[in-house]
Structure formats: C-alpha cells, structure tokens
Ligand binder design. Structure first.
Ligand SMILES: *[C@@H]1O[C@H](CO)[C@@H](O)[C@H](O)[C@H]1NC(C)=O
Ligand SMILES: *[C@@H]1O[C@H](CO)[C@@H](O)[C@H](O)[C@H]1NC(C)=O
Length: 378
C-alpha cells in the first residue's frame, strides 16, 4: 500500500493509521464530524473498523448515583423524567416501571386525560373540536400539563415520555455520545461548564420520533439550513438498513441508504413526527406553553412541535437524533391496546417488537432479570 512513497511519508501514514486504530479501540465507538460541505461525502479514509464492543450490561443505578449531574445519572442528565400515562393503562405503567428499574432510570408518572376532560371554555384559540378529535386533544392536554409543571416548578430541564416507550439497554452510553453531538451542534464553548450536560442553548432535544428529516431536506426549503451533522459511526445499536424502521409509510424521512450502515446522526431538527420522547429546557417549556396554549393551537401536538422547530418560532433551538434513541414498544397481546389516541385494528400479537431499538430493554427484560447479556432483536 505504501510502496514507492518516501520512508517519512510511510512512517507518518503508519503512525496515523496506528493512532487511529488505537483511538477506535480505546475510545470504544469512533466519532467524526460531517460538515455541511462534505455532507454524506468525505468519510475518513481507513475507517472501516467495526471493533466496537457491545456493552454487555446496561449502565444502571449505581453509576447513576455516583455521577450526580451527568448524563448517566438516574434522571439522564435532566432535572426530572416525566411519563404521561392514563391511569387505567396499568399494563403500560408496569412495563415501563420494569424497564426503568432494569436500566437505572427514575420516572415520575403523570396522569393523562381524555379529550372530553377539556371543556369547551378551556380550548385554546384556533382549536376546533370538530376537526381535532378527542384522542388528540387529550394527548395535547396531557403533554401540556407536564410542560406547565416544568414552568411552575422552575425546573431547568425535563425529559417527557409517552408510556409505551422502549429504549436500548445501552441508553446511558448512547446519551453520552448524543451529548457530545448536541454540544457540537449547539457550539458549546470548549471552556467553562454548560449548565446542562447536553449544552446550554437548547430548547428541545427530540430523542424519540417516528420520522425525521435533516434541515436541507425540508420542503418548503428552510432558509439557511444548518447542514452540520455529528455522526456516531459503527454504532452496534443502530439497526442494519433492512431493519431501520422509518415511520409507518417510510416517506420523507432521513434516507439512511445514503450513508454508511450503522451510523447515527445528531443534527438540527428539520421536521419530526411523534412526540414519543423529548426534553425541554426551562426556556423551551415557556415557549411551548405560550405557543401551544396561551397563544392558541392549530394542529396536533407533535405537528406543532415540528413546526416550531422547523420555523424556529420564538427562536426555538431543536436538536434531533436519527435514528431515534426511543421508540414505542409493541408488546405481545391484543394490538387494540397499542394506542390511547386512536383505535388500532385488534388481533393478538405473539411476538413483542420495538422498531429501531436493537438491544430492546423490554424484550430483554427476562434476560436482564436473570443477569444474562441482552440479545439483539435482529
Ligand atoms: C442529574 O443531572 C442533572 C443535570 O446536571 C441534574 O439536574 C439532576 O438533578 C441530576 N439528577 C439526579 C437524580 O441526581
Ligand atoms: C436513498 O438513497 C439511495 C442512495 O443514494 C438512492 O438510490 C435512493 O433512491 C434514495 N431513496 C429515496 C427515497 O430518495
């Protein structure tokens, strides 16, 4: 390979290559930046390595309690983790409590409500009960109650989750990588300590969506899209291309076939669908409370979220991760119970599934209880 080059160049090349290999081995998962100019193009030469060891066990409560302010603590680097749950869905709460217990996460359950509980007089400007169905209205109000709590309690940040969510047993390790990415996207100064381990200037971190786009792919075009991406490469927790589930239909999402397999991206939100899991900062919560209640409401909750990010309404700063770190879980049993917003077709599902999540915590629950290594879904 290095024939006919001078010994000096050979030495430099070999040294660089060895340093890279060492970096990959020591660093666990290698990372590199994709800048706007070479988006999807210039991948570092010689980076075919896939030496990433799978984390055999989740980082759980123990590390959480010693790392009080970090990403791996019991509230994942946020002040609180809220879960929106209809009280009668004890099945979803049981399943989520178990998953969080197995991975060292402290949850606070918040009662969801039905659309009928929102009286006409309380409807925000712009809402038409005839076009916004009851399920959507109930979901909006449930999320909004949590947003308001963040504002009322003066929380610096909170993670908000719907109650059917699942994550990889490696979540905390993944969040450490995500935090590097979000600090990069947000241009966190290298000196000084940001208040949030994810960086200071974010309003929303969209960690679990069912569909997402890079800013440059949004139509109509975003003016001055941020093309930068932070790529987490050779990530064993990213499914291979045949198993990356996009949204139900798969249209309009990030086209992963354009990039090396097993790459995860941290990027500015172009658009997103589904409010599975997202974090709001104190500033983000105030912007939500204003834009989606006090000032009016025009669409479904996730749709409004997406528009606020796309349009950067009130200066919204939204950071996204694709493929997502959280996704809704489909347990075995009656499919009619999948959604509380609409009524899915009812049949018996024999095998549980969670799209996009390789080492699913819920699917591995029995193995984790038994102290066995988790298995990938695919
Ligand atoms: C986790 O870290 C965040 C961010 O520093 C902090 O606000 C939160 O209180 C910590 N949680 C716990 C349980 O220590
Ligand atoms: C995705 O990217 C691949 C490779 O560049 C291309 O062949 C394919 O047509 C793209 N798919 C869509 C839906 O744009």
């Amino acid at each position: 390979m290095f024939l006919r080059t001078s010994p000096v160049i050979t030495f430099i090349a070999v040294a660089t290559a060895s340093a890279f290999v060492l970096f990959v081995i020591l660093g666990g998962i290698s990372r590199f930046r994709v800048n706007g100019a070479d988006s999807g193009g210039e991948w570092p030469p010689g980076s075919k390595s896939n030496t990433v060891p799978l984390a055999p066990r989740p980082i759980t409560g123990k590390q959480g309690s010693t790392a009080g302010t970090g990403v791996t603590n019991a509230t994942l680097g946020f002040e609180k983790v809220f879960v929106l749950n209809l009280e009668e869905r004890t099945d979803k709460r049981d399943s989520l409590a178990l998953a969080s217990g197995l991975t060292g996460i402290k949850l606070e359950f918040v009662k969801g409500l039905r659309g009928a509980a929102v009286v006409d007089k309380a409807l925000p400007y712009g809402v038409d009960r005839k076009t916004m169905d009851a399920g959507m209205l109930g979901s909006w109000r449930g999320h909004m109650n949590i947003v308001r709590t963040i504002v009322e309690e003066g929380l610096s940040s909170a993670l908000i989750m719907e109650d059917d969510i699942d994550w990889d047993v490696n979540l905390k390790a993944q969040l450490l990588q995500f935090a590097e990415g979000s600090n990069y996207i947000l241009n966190t100064p290298s000196k000084g300590q940001p208040h949030s381990p994810y960086g200071d200037s974010w309003d929303l971190l969209w960690l679990g969506s069912c569909n997402s786009q890079f800013q440059e792919d949004v139509s109509p075009k975003i003016e001055g899209p941020d093309l930068r991406k932070w790529a987490i490469k050779d990530d064993p927790t990213v499914p291979d291309l045949t198993h990356i589930g996009r949204s139900d239909k798969g249209d309009g999402s990030v086209n992963y076939t354009d990039y090396p397999e097993h790459t995860r991206f941290v990027h500015r939100t172009g658009t997103g669908i589904c409010s599975f899991v997202y974090a709001l900062s104190a500033a983000g919560a105030r912007k939500f409370l204003y834009s989606m209640s006090v000032n009016g409401l025009w669409g479904t909750y996730d749709n409004q979220m997406s528009q606020m990010c796309t349009k950067q309404s009130l200066g919204m700063q939204c950071v996204h991760v694709s493929p997502p770190l959280f996704f809704s879980h489909r347990p075995k049993g009656r499919t009619g119970g999948d959604s509380d917003i609409n009524n899915p077709e009812d049949f018996i599902r024999e095998k549980p599934e969670t799209q996009n999540i390789v080492f699913s915590t819920k699917i591995n629950a029995e193995r984790l209880i038994m102290g066995l290594d988790p298995l990938p879904q695919w």
